[in-house]
Design a protein around this ligand. Structure first.
Ligand code: HEM
Length: 117
């Protein structure tokens, strides 16, 4: 078999794998976010006084910030960094946005644990 056909075959299965993994990740994220929204609304229904707690306001603000950072990382800087000839600084910025988001999400988890203490 000519080398080109082997390479073309590899390329095809690689891109199928990426599409499959991306689809599964998006499905997992959608289920996770759906569960978080559902359990959050359930908690508010069981404990309406949460709405008056500054800790919940901080948490909701940080959730909004995490979503904005994730969109910038996943749909703006991430794809831009992957383009051929992209400036290395774009990759560095994509990386830092993601690291900062990890910290934001950790604070959200800690605030969430505190709410139910
Ligand atoms: C749930 C989705 C994602 C999460 C949780 C995530 C998380 C991260 C984290 C934590 C880093 C920093 C790694 C480090 O510097 O040690 C990173 C880097 C990066 N991510 Fe993502 N990411 C996601 C999706 C994406 C997508 C969709 C793209 C592109 C389309 C992307 C492109 C990049 C790039 C280019 C870097 C920089 C890598 C480097 O420094 O070599 N990410 N990501």
């Amino acid at each position: 078999m000519p080398a080109g056909a082997v390479q073309a075959g590899r390329h095809w299965s690689d891109s199928q794998g990426v599409a499959y993994r991306t689809g599964r990740s998006i499905l997992a994220l959608t289920i996770a976010l759906g569960l978080l929204v559902a359990t959050g609304l359930g908690n508010l229904w069981l404990h309406p006084y949460f709405l008056r707690l500054p800790r919940l306001h901080w948490k909701l603000g940080l959730v909004a910030l995490a979503l904005v950072l994730a969109v910038v990382h996943d749909f703006v800087l991430g794809p831009r960094a992957g383009k051929p000839g992209a400036a290395p600084s774009v990759r560095v910025r994509a990386s830092w946005i993601a690291r900062i988001n990890v910290l934001v999400v950790l604070v959200i988890v800690l605030l969430g644990l505190g709410l139910l203490r």
